[in-house]
Write a protein that binds this ligand. Structure first.
Ligand code: ATP
Length: 543
């Protein structure tokens, strides 16, 4: 991990943002607990999403870039659903990764996470070296590079391919996976097992009997809870197409290699929208959501330089998708120039609604042809329910197309933390410049909105300060009070957790009825009457 990432991880533990789950028992890989500050930060991320996407949405005006006005509603579906849901969605058959293990050091890797660098001399493939994709821990080290250059020799070249595609690339050159062309463990160069398939869904048993027939799954995405409720929402919420249904909730994936802090966890939270529209306008809506979601991250503080919108090329698209774009962020644990996915925005056509109506669709050929079993019946039966939409104005009946902006709350929280982490210099109590660490979080996301400090513990200052503290608390603002330690130290403690404003009550406050608001980023100090301090902080929070 990079130095910056090490500092962020250590701040998260020291100040109570994130802890390893079950740490006192040695931890459990891929699971994380949010501490007192982390829970506030993540709640603020979720609330910003829910407010901006659902609650504050104006259904009667056309937002910039959208083809028309539209409605937005929310739901909260259960985590365990009818097992048939996952059969029809494709997760039961297809939601798997291939993994390999190192027979020596016992490391486990996702096949598509191992990158093979292949040296080809003028007479063909000569040697390969492996390293872990998206990680600088066991990166493409100097000695590996030298061996490859030597094997390539004069006029040769080195190319890269992920391990899952490597045998096919060798076959194209008429070469076999043998000798120096055998990919070895990127960590210890030990022998790797053959790839094995691994379904990512966590299985559980519902009910007391505990037979395989009672097997159910923890949802690997929140989206299916929306699709299966499409008709319920349509019939109860008086919405008309186009409209979106949003949901925030936990999802579970038995990831083979959870890593990079909370970036890839086994239990995580998603913030997903399924947006239902007419097939003819669906491409406009796809572009609208893609751009709108990108803008959301920027408005909440992610910098243009570290954020990209990456359109998938044809080969990357699922067969049913006519467009997918990922919002990606340059996390500090990634090598320079690489990005990690924050959110995927996919045009899913009518695939999901049709699957839940008619059964499991053929994944390989025409998606609208039912996959049949040996007796000619659909492989997995759908619900048989009519999930079409009837437009009572145009008298048209159709299966809506779906645009799916699917974001991760934990990845977004991590990106906001990484972006906010800053080291600079600020004057101490004596006016000498000292190093300081601060989180430049957007005030909407900051766990604590303001800290209230009486300069000294006497002369009536604590009483004034506690009065402000209580007024702000009853206004619903998460604020803290502290009268301990030198004022400079108190400021620094708040800077480090991203508190945007500190309110200081000094001896003059008792006579002039005014206090000082100090800004975390600019260090600017403003004098404000005590009677206006709560409304001033609320005004600043609105931006
Ligand atoms: P990846 O390629 O990184 O495994 P994905 O393409 O499988 O991600 P989606 O299925 O599109 O991810 O899920 C939508 C969002 O859910 C992702 O953009 C990410 O923010 C979040 N997410 C998915 N898997 C995880 C995970 N294991 N840990 C944390 N967040 C996740």
């Amino acid at each position: 991990m990079s130095n910056k990432m090490d500092s962020i991880v250590s701040l998260c533990k020291r100040r109570g943002f994130l802890f390893q789950s079950s740490e006192i028992y040695g931890g459990i890989q891929g699971f994380w607990d949010y501490g007192p500050l982390g829970v506030e930060l993540k709640r603020n991320v979720r609330e910003a999403w829910w407010r901006d996407m659902i609650n504050a949405h104006d259904a009667y005006s056309t937002p910039e870039g959208a083809p028309s006005a539209f409605g937005m509603v929310g739901i909260e579906a259960s985590i365990i659903m009818h097992p048939q849901v996952w059969k029809c969605s494709g997760h039961y058959d297809l939601f798997h990764d291939f993994m390999v293990d190192c027979k020596e050091c016992k490391s486990r890797f996702r096949v598509d996470h191992i990158q093979v660098a292949l040296a080809s001399s003028t007479s063909g493939p000569a040697r390969c070296e492996t390293y872990i994709h998206n990680s600088d821990e066991a990166g493409y080290s100097g000695s590996k590079k030298k061996r490859l250059e030597k094997a390539a020799g004069e006029g040769g070249s080195v190319s890269e391919v992920s391990l899952d595609r490597y045998p096919a690339v060798l076959a194209e050159h008429g070469a076999d996976v043998a000798g120096d062309l055998i990919p070895r463990c990127p960590v210890c160069t030990g022998e790797l097992t053959a790839p094995r398939e691994f379904n990512l869904m966590f299985k559980t048993i519902v009910g007391a009997l505990g037979t395989e027939e009672d097997a159910a799954f923890l949802r690997p995405e929140t989206a299916q809870g929306i699709f299966v409720n499409f008709k319920n929402v349509l019939d109860s919420a008086r919405v008309k197409i186009p409209f979106g249904i949003g949901q925030i909730g936990k999802s579970f994936r038995n990831e083979i290699t959870p890593r990079n802090f909370t970036f890839r966890s086994r239990e995580f939270e998603q913030m997903e929208i399924e947006f239902f529209c007419h097939p003819e306008t669906s491409q406009h809506w796809y572009k609208y959501w893609r751009d709108r979601r990108m803008k959301w991250y920027k408005e909440l503080g992610l910098s243009e330089e570290r954020l990209i919108l990456r359109e998938h090329d044809k080969a990357e698209l699922s067969h049913y998708s006519t467009g997918t774009a990922d919002v990606e962020y340059a996390f500090p644990f990634l090598p320079e120039g690489e990005y990690g996915e924050l959110e995927g925005i996919a045009h899913r056509g009518d695939f999901d609604l049709r699957s839940h109506m008619e059964g499991k669709l053929d994944e390989k050929s025409d998606p609208l042809v039912l996959q049949l079993d040996a007796d000619g019946n659909p492989k997995w039966k759908g619900s048989g329910k009519d999930l079409q939409y009837f437009d009572d104005q145009t008298r048209e009946r159709f299966t809506p197309h779906v645009i799916e902006p699917s974001a991760g709350a934990d990845r977004a929280t991590l990106a906001f933390l990484c972006e906010a982490y800053t080291e600079d210099e600020a004057p101490d109590d004596q006016g000498n410049l000292q190093k300081r660490t601060l989180l430049k979080l957007n005030p909407r996301l900051a766990p604590v909105k303001a800290a209230i400090f009486p300069l000294i513990k006497k002369e009536g200052l604590p009483e004034v300060a506690l009065g402000i503290y209580r007024e702000m608390k009853s206004a619903g603002l998460n604020v803290v009070y502290s009268q301990q330690g030198a004022i400079g130290r108190r400021y620094r403690q708040q800077d480090e957790i991203g508190t945007p404003w500190c309110i200081t009550i000094d001896v003059d406050s008792v006579t002039d009825g005014a206090v000082t608001i100090r800004d975390r980023d600019t260090l600017e100090q403003t004098r404000v009457p005590v009677s206006e301090v709560t409304s001033e902080i609320q005004r600043r929070l609105r931006g």
